[in-house]
Design a protein around this ligand. Sequence first.
Ligand code: URA
Length: 452
Amino acid sequence: MRVTDIIMKKRGTFVRGSDGTQKTAGNTQLTKEEIKFLIDGYVSSKIPEYQIASWLMAVYFNGMTFEETGALTECMLHSGEVIDLHDREVKGLTGPFVDKHSTGGVGDKISLPLAPIAACCGVQIPMMSGRALGHTGGTLDKLESITGYTTSLSPKKFKELIAKTGFAMTGQNERIVPADKLLYALRDVTATVESVPLITSSILSKKVAEGSDALVFDVKYGSGAFMKSVADAELLASYLVKTAQAMGKKAAAFMTNMNTPLGNKIGNFLEIEETLDCLNGFGPEDVMELTYAFASEMVLFAEKAKTKKEALEMCKDAVASGKALKKFLENIEDQGGDVSRLLEDNGKRRSVHRAEFKAQKDGYLKIDAYMTGLAGVYLGVGRNKTTDKVCAEAGIILHKRECDHVKKGETIMSVYGKDEQCLSPAMELIEKSVSYSEKKVEKAKLIYKEIR
Ligand code: URA
């Protein structure tokens, strides 16, 4: 087999249509063997990055069938160790093991309050998350902003912590889904993130490798999501649910709105702070709505409640009783984090490089998620290159949210950058992210549809 032939097959040949536009012709469907050849070759460094980058772009344009996506997911999954949580290596792992995964958004910290809440309800959660990708934030980067916290757990340690606390948070590494670690980083810098089969295989290879029995997906649509349209998000949701079910997992997806940032805080440490707010019982309404929707679904999948209502009550009680906050802090200690420092830093740890964004006129606000997410990348919340370091203290605090009314001169956002130079391009993007309407703006529905 030759790599170039496989790239050419996926690329197809261009023909000019009757309307003068170029279209791809020919069968671009790859076989299981061809996909395996590419993934194995890439992981073992026999195939160079530039050829994989070219193949990724061909996939971006020509897509993959459901069968190809399944084959790619299997190859990625078996590029490393697959954790078996049912193997009895560690006592106390009873299951069922349920996890939630988001396709990525701006200010999307739902996994952080959700895991301790669901764990308090008896769910065991093996959570394997990702890093900031494009304009979206990453759970691992947020957790690592806690002094001392490690997201690099051995499979044995991962199991021990799930058995002990009910959940553990890890990232894929050289041993677990190494193919995704490489592909995720390469897609981020080659503009090939927004692809249904690539997102499906990336998410599912990690989720199956971590050993979950059931999965709940948060499939986002809108300007701040990788899938801009509802139709694309619905396709992704159905690929995720169908591929997961074909791999023997229970699965459901909720399609949720990502046109405006979630919550009042965007940034690595800032989102840890907002998690503490949520677990202390004063989380923003939108963050709590999604947290409870996903956590209660996980409780149902784990058969810890009989009805959605009962599951929801259990989740709310975990917060009201303070048990979920205790569990979150227990996990931080489990994974090497400094809890007293975190509590001391809460509300205070901010970059000294700061600016205020003030309303330029009176009106009802619209705040665009993509533009604020992109501003976050400039500020140091995310990355432009794989080698970029993220900044824990960078981010944005939204004092006003979409639909709020502002008067000219009122502060809408406080902006924190990794250095002084990044503030000016970030403020330009923030200016573009905000628009003002004379008419009252109605709040959009947060959960659009459930796919099962
Ligand atoms: N999250 C992932 O884990 N992978 C993607 O490709 C996109 C979002």
